[in-house]
Structures are given as structure tokens and as C-alpha cells.
Design a protein around this ligand. Structure first.
Ligand code: 5AD
Length: 462
């Protein structure tokens, strides 16, 4: 009765929330399983950022609900952003739901499941759908548990919510107002992770460079976020620091300089541009210009010439003309992003943009999407080709999905590297000579310590 399967849609924040729920459930005696077929309880942790993401979760819920006909004790729940976005209206369309849990209530899942299971055992009345979508002061501190098993690379939630007003975006509605965890608690969590063998942390927040902005002081011209990075840099055992996502607004000099003085801060930034047209950025209520974005990129490259850049772009937002898109295409190509997520605009009810006409035809969105994807493939391939013949420092994460004896890890620029390895290397940073490249991954061979020096010696004794 207590086997739980959690399926996660959407962003890293959702992955982190799911992991925290899983950990809390384990602590309460539940067992977490790898497939819905083995589970007595299925929880979907959902995304609302585009309609497609919601439709996927709704379709899945419908299919899972059928199981109730043969197995009335089966428990089905929806958590996260879609629960928050659609609210109780979801129960009207999906009356078989047992649980609807909002984005500030993940920590209540164990207790809610306990109640449902008790009612299943005939110990209480069978409740209608249990719904908790309220806001909760302090809930940002509740996403902190990790499992017992080692995570070479771990996500750490540093804040929740967003106070921006991007016209297209549902997130302020689903995640609520911006709230920060205390710096001490975050650093403590990072220390605990390091003690269990974590080597890399990715600090997560809707807009990480806003961290602490409305509550904590600047010190020596450094923002609270930069101060946090400095403190994480001090944690022994942590070798690599990443974060996602910063916002171009407020990407100040101190953060740029952090790339020059914090050796653990990896040379990779995901910096959402959204559009290369100032007119569209204004319509999106994104408070920066393309020129300012370019300036940040130049500053970063001046400090770390090897820095890898990633971005988010929306194509076909309301009123985006061919000329607007041409500007996006030009900046996108010129900047030479190593990685990018390109989205076709999807109207979200409740956002300001939903009141504007979704006037770019779908085939035009498709074409613009493809244009950018082709450019991305070219730049990504060029970067990967440039690695061939060189040696990359790779943090080994585990066995590769395919290939006997193959292992996978990432280089500082966040590129996936595949190479023949061994289980004892997991969690180590090893030198890998890159021998092959493709658009999205590179392959190589371990450089064994002393191997280069040993070669002539062998020749001499042969
Ligand atoms: N339509 C398309 N893409 C969107 N994003 C956010 N809202 C929408 C929307 N309504 C994209 C943005 C954001 C990323 C997480 O999702 O590019 O940065």
C-alpha cells in the first residue's frame, strides 16, 4: 500500500521539489519505486509554463485514472504548477483525483498520503479530493531534504517565486511572490551534501541574482547572491558551482567578476534573452535592451574567455514581425550560444499576454523555431569540434545509458562527455582527451596519470 511513483514534468526546480518530496516520504516509511506499474500511489509533479506541458500531464492523469476501475484503492495525485494554476477546476475535469497539492505545500504530502491510506484501511471516511493550494509563510525553507544515496551533482533550492511581470509567463501565478531561504541554511545544506559525496551543486531559483535583494544588505559592493556564491566556494568537498537562472536585469559587475575570482564557479551561464528585438522585449515587459544583454556577454567573455552561454528564446510571441524575428536571429547567431531552449509562444490564461492576439501563425512559429535550432546546432557543433584533441576536466557522474563500460560526465562548460571508465571514478574529476564530437556530446579517453611520460620508456625497453 505504500509504494509511490513520482513523475516529474518541467524544470529543474520541479525535479528538486520531487526529490524533496521523495525524501520526506521515505523518511515516513514509504518506498519510492521506478515505475507507475509497481506503485500504489502515483504523484505527478506538473508544469504550467506552456499548454503542451499541461496537456501531457492531463492526458497522463486520464490514463492513470482508468486504473481506479479495477483497483479502487489506487491513489492518484497532482502536485506543483499545474495544480496551482488550474486549482479546484482540475477536480471538476478529473474527479478521480485523490490529491491536489500546490507549490507551497510539497512538505505536506506525507501527512496527506497518511490520511488517504488510513481511509483506505477503513479507519475513516473516504475523503473527496484532498486539496491544499494555499500560500504558506516559510515554505521556501521546506525544500531541503536529500536522499541518503550519494548525488555527485545536486540541486539546491535557494529561493522560490518571482515578482517580475513578464507578460507571457505564468510562473508568478504558480510559484507566488519571491521568498528567499536564509544563507546559513543553504550553506548548511551544501555542507551536508558535500559530506555525503556531492562534488557539484547547482543553485536554483526563478531569478537567482535577485536572491536576498529585498532583505539582505550589499557588502563591499557585492549582492547577496554573490556573497552566497563566495560562501559556497568555501565549502570543502564541493568542487563545482553552477546556478540557474539569472536574469539579465541585475546581472551586475560583482557577479561578472565572480567568474574571475571564484575558481569553483563553472564557466557556463544560462541567461534568458527571450527576444532579440527591443520592441518585443518591451512588449514582454522584460526590463533590458539587446544592447545591455550584449554588454553582459562581452563582460563575461572578457573575464572568462572560455565561458559557455545558454539562453531561452520565445518565437512567435504576440505581434512579433518578420523584422523582429530577423533581429532575434541576428543576435542569436552573433552571440554564438552553446546551448539554447527555443519555445514557440503559448498563450497562458491569466497572463497579460493572453489578452493579446496570438497572431503569429503556427507554421511561422515552426519555421522561426527551426531557423534558430539550425543555428544552435551549428554553434554547438563548432564548440564541440574545438574540443577534439584537447583534454577536458570531467566530473564523472555514472555509467552512460548506452555502451558497456562507458561512463558519462560533464566538462566545466557543461558539455556531456562519454568515455570508457570505471565505477571507482564516479565523483572524481578526471582528465579526458576528446577524440570525437557531435552536435550535443563529445567522446574521449581517460588520460592516465603518467601515461604520456611512460610511453617513451616503454619504447626504450621494448
Ligand atoms: N510560451 C512559450 N514559452 C514560454 N516560456 C515561458 N512562458 C512561455 C509561454 N507562455 C519560456 C521562456 C522561459 C522558459 C522557462 O519558458 O523562454 O524562460
Amino acid at each position: 500500500m505504500n509504494r509511490v511513483y513520482i513523475k516529474t514534468y518541467g524544470c529543474q526546480m520541479n525535479e528538486r521539489d520531487s526529490a524533496a518530496v521523495a525524501s520526506k516520504l521515505r523518511a515516513r516509511g514509504y518506498s519510492l519505486v521506478e515505475s507507475e506499474h509497481e506503485a500504489d500511489v502515483v504523484l505527478l509533479n506538473t508544469c504550467a509554463v506552456r499548454d503542451q506541458a499541461e496537456q501531457k500531464a492531463i492526458g497522463k492523469t486520464g490514463r492513470l485514472a482508468k486504473r481506479k476501475r479495477t483497483d479502487p484503492d489506487f491513489i492518484l495525485g497532482i502536485m506543483g504548477c499545474m495544480a496551482q494554476n488550474r486549482g479546484e477546476a482540475l477536480v471538476d475535469t478529473l474527479p478521480d483525483l485523490d490529491l491536489l497539492v500546490g507549490t507551497q505545500k510539497f512538505h505536506r504530502v506525507p501527512e496527506m498520503l497518511d490520511n488517504l491510506l488510513e481511509s483506505r484501511r477503513g479507519l475513516g471516511p473516504r475523503p473527496a479530493t484532498l486539496v491544499d493550494l494555499e500560500t504558506e509563510a516559510g515554505s521556501e525553507e521546506t525544500i531541503r531534504e536529500h536522499g541518503e544515496e550519494r548525488q555527485v551533482s545536486a540541486f539546491v533550492s535557494i529561493m522560490q517565486g518571482c515578482n517580475m511581470h513578464c507578460t507571457f509567463c505564468i510562473v508568478p501565478k504558480t510559484r507566488g511572490a519571491e521568498r528567499y531561504r536564509s544563507m546559513d541554511n543553504i550553506v548548511e545544506e551544501v555542507r551536508e551534501l558535500a559530506a555525503k559525496g556531492t562534488r557539484e551543486v547547482t543553485l536554483l531559483g526563478q531569478i537567482v541574482n535577485n536572491y536576498g535583494m529585498r532583505q539582505m544588505p550589499f557588502v563591499d559592493g557585492k549582492s547577496p547572491f554573490t556573497q552566497l556564491l563566495e560562501r559556497v566556494q568555501e565549502v570543502d568537498g564541493i568542487e563545482r558551482i553552477r546556478f540557474t537562472s539569472p536574469h539579465p536585469r541585475g546581472f551586475q559587475r560583482d557577479l561578472v567578476e565572480a567568474y574571475g575570482c571564484l575558481p569553483k564557479l563553472m564557466p557556463y551561464v544560462h541567461l534568458p534573452l527571450q527576444s532579440g528585438s527591443d520592441r518585443v522585449l518591451r512588449a514582454m515587459r522584460r526590463p533590458y535592451t539587446v544592447r545591455r544583454f550584449r554588454e553582459i556577454v562581452e563582460q563575461l567573455r572578457a573575464v572568462r574567455p572560455d565561458i559557455c552561454l545558454s539562453t531561452d528564446i520565445i518565437v512567435g510571441s504576440p505581434g512579433e514581425t518578420e523584422a523582429d524575428f530577423e533581429q532575434t536571429r541576428a543576435v542569436f547567431d552573433e552571440t554564438g550560444f552553446d546551448m539554447a531552449f527555443i519555445f514557440k509562444y503559448s498563450p497562458r490564461s491569466g497572463t497579460t499576454a493572453a489578452d493579446m492576439e496570438d497572431d503569429v501563425p503556427d507554421d511561422v512559429k515552426d519555421a522561426r523555431n527551426k531557423t534558430l535550432l539550425d543555428i544552435l546546432a551549428r554553434h554547438s557543433r563548432r564548440r564541440n569540434d574545438s574540443l577534439v584533441g584537447g583534454v577536458e576536466e570531467v566530473l564523472v557522474e555514472g555509467p552512460a545509458r548506452k555502451g558497456e563500460g562507458m561512463f558519462t560526465g560533464r566538462n566545466p562548460g557543461n558539455r556531456k562527455v562519454i568515455f570508457p571508465g570505471a565505477p571507482r571514478l564516479v565523483g572524481e574529476i578526471v582528465p579526458v582527451r576528446i577524440t570525437e564530437s557531435s552536435v550535443s556530446v563529445v567522446r574521449g579517453e581517460l588520460v592516465l596519470a603518467g601515461a604520456e611520460a611512460a610511453a617513451p620508456l616503454h619504447a626504450a625497453t621494448a
